[in-house]
Design a binder for this molecule. Structure first.
Ligand SMILES: *[C@@H]1O[C@H](CO)[C@@H](O)[C@H](O)[C@H]1NC(C)=O
Ligand SMILES: *[C@@H]1O[C@H](CO)[C@@H](O)[C@H](O)[C@H]1NC(C)=O
Ligand SMILES: *[C@@H]1O[C@H](CO)[C@@H](O)[C@H](O)[C@H]1NC(C)=O
Ligand SMILES: *[C@@H]1O[C@H](CO)[C@@H](O)[C@H](O)[C@H]1NC(C)=O
Length: 460
């Protein structure tokens, strides 16, 4: 079996690097599993500029959902189109602030593309959450069967998530206990509109699509809320400051987001081109509407003298027996595969030199616990300058901190500067790796990596 295989050009010309690689990956495994035939199915959007932004495969039915510019598609496993749902283009202007009924907009409206920003299956309610870039980022809940619109909440500020029209800047995680109302954790770039959009928040996701509480902040009061905003002082210091949310997942009692953001050094140079970027793991307790459990640590990996610190893609998975043994964890535990580019500069044009790394979630949690314990000993600062704006000393408090500690109103939000380092599995100095997925085969972890030029690498 080939270790590498070239994606059909047709696919690539119709997708951005990431989703094209993933769609190709899907096809590759499809054709390998059937008698080694090398004929690929392909799927094109109706218009060559309507590139693919997100892709998700239903774990039960195998249906493929694709979020593209101006469309959400439902495909069968062999990429036959089943439904095309139109989301744009529509008349819009980025300077119009909703709700339009309440705040009529006098700006010039132009036909604007709707870039898919988020595509998540809400399994227990059989619906798809699809959010776009139009109208400051409204979402639709679509029936999984036929993509019929169940609801499109768009009449209050909470319904607008972010007007950034670039894909790969927002991530959402749905958390739900069977039969109960769910929550949507959402992290997004805000493009300078920090007063309007929180960078991170948790929202209500009621079972009833008509509920008036749909997408309301889980908690919102004068003193505590389920949201974090970028302070305007931070933007005054670094005008291009923003946080890009590359990936997110739930594991155990926690929700995690993986981000890339500019560093906020003292004594600053303010040009976007010479900013240093850091990738960070952000962790919150699932059940913490006050966000007191917020902890954020830098992460990346190293091989030899080379540091890989610019996160490109990630995938939560299980390790399989063989990798589990070598990581000294069990095969049932979660591990995170992540791709990083070399260094910390030029996040928007990352170097081709890139690494595939693995992080046992247990190790991430252990490092966060150490960090919490040392801060509750009163050692050092909270180390979260972009959010706190200054050095804030850790407060000594005799609080037992166990594995499931969810924070108090002191010593939060907590940052850190010692990176969580992963285990470097594979590096490649050319053809930047840009996407990753994995599964278990005969106890082995098999990782598929997609590259910038449309290759798929298969790594055992
Ligand atoms: C693709 O799958 C659908 C349903 O899964 C099936 O009806 C159809 O015949 C398949 N088409 C091809 C070309 O295999
Ligand atoms: C939005 O409105 C402003 C002011 O009316 C106008 O200058 C601008 O071109 C409009 N933007 C688009 C994309 O149409
Ligand atoms: C995003 O917006 C910018 C500026 O408003 C525009 O130039 C660009 O074409 C838009 N991207 C898409 C995919 O529509
Ligand atoms: C492996 O993990 C166990 C329990 O998690 C721990 O007690 C042991 O010290 C670890 N061994 C190594 C070699 O790290």
């Amino acid at each position: 079996m080939d270790r590498r295989r070239t994606c059909p050009r047709a696919l690539l010309s119709n997708g951005d690097g990431e989703s094209a690689a993933l769609l190709c990956l899907l096809l590759a495994s499809l054709s390998w599993s059937t008698s080694g035939s090398s004929s690929f199915s392909t799927f094109h959007s109706e218009h060559r500029d309507w590139t693919f932004n997100h892709l998700t495969v239903h774990q039960g039915t195998g249906a493929v959902y694709v979020g593209a510019i101006n469309r959400v598609y439902k495909l069968s496993g062999n990429l036959t189109i089943l439904v095309a749902h139109k989301t744009g283009p529509e008349e819009d202007n980025k300077s119009c602030y909703p709700p339009l009924i309440v705040q009529p907009c006098s700006e010039v409206l132009t036909l604007t593309n709707n870039v898919n920003k988020l595509l998540i299956i809400d399994y227990s309610e059989n619906r798809l959450l699809a959010c776009g870039s139009l109208y400051q980022g409204v979402c639709k809940l679509l029936r999984l069967d036929d993509l019929f619109i169940l609801v499109e909440p768009s009449h209050k500020k909470e319904h607008y998530l972010s007007s950034v029209n670039k894909t790969g800047t927002m991530y959402g995680v749905i958390v739900r206990s069977e039969g109960e109302d769910g929550k949507l954790f959402i992290g997004t770039a805000v493009d300078g509109k920090q007063d309007y959009f929180p960078t991170l928040s948790s929202r209500k996701l009621p079972r009833d699509p008509e509920s008036s509480a749909m997408l309301d902040y889980e908690l919102h009061s004068d003193f505590v809320s389920s949201l974090i905003k970028i302070p305007s002082d931070t933007l005054a210091l670094i005008s291009h400051f923003d946080i890009f949310y590359i990936y997110g997942f739930a594991s155990g009692n926690f929700v995690y987001f993986l981000t890339v953001q500019p560093e906020t050094p003292e004594g600053v140079s303010n040009s976007a081109s010479d900013l240093f970027y850091t990738s960070r793991i952000v962790r919150l307790c699932k059940d913490d509407p006050k966000f007191h459990s917020y902890v954020s640590l830098p992460f990346g990996c190293v091989r030899g003298d080379t540091e890989y610190r610019l996160l490109q893609a990630a995938y939560l998975s299980k390790p399989g027996d063989v990798l589990a043994r070598s990581l000294n964890i069990t095969a049932q535990e979660d591990v995170l595969f992540a791709i990083f580019s070399k260094g910390q500069k030029q996040y928007h044009q990352p170097p081709d030199d890139s690494a595939l790394c693995v992080f046992p979630i247990r190790a991430v949690n252990a490092q966060i616990k150490d960090r919490l314990q040392s801060c509750y000993q009163g050692e050092g600062n909270l180390e979260l300058n972009w959010l706190l704006g200054k050095d804030v000393q850790c407060t000594k408090a005799p609080v037992p901190i166990d594995d499931n500690f969810c924070g108090l109103d002191i010593n939060q939000p907590l940052g850190g500067s010692v990176p969580v380092d992963g285990v470097t599995l594979f590096t490649s100095s050319r053809d930047r790796m840009t996407s990753v997925a994995s599964y278990i085969y005969n106890g082995y972890s098999v990782v598929f990596v997609g590259t910038k030029n449309g290759k798929v690498k298969k790594v055992r």
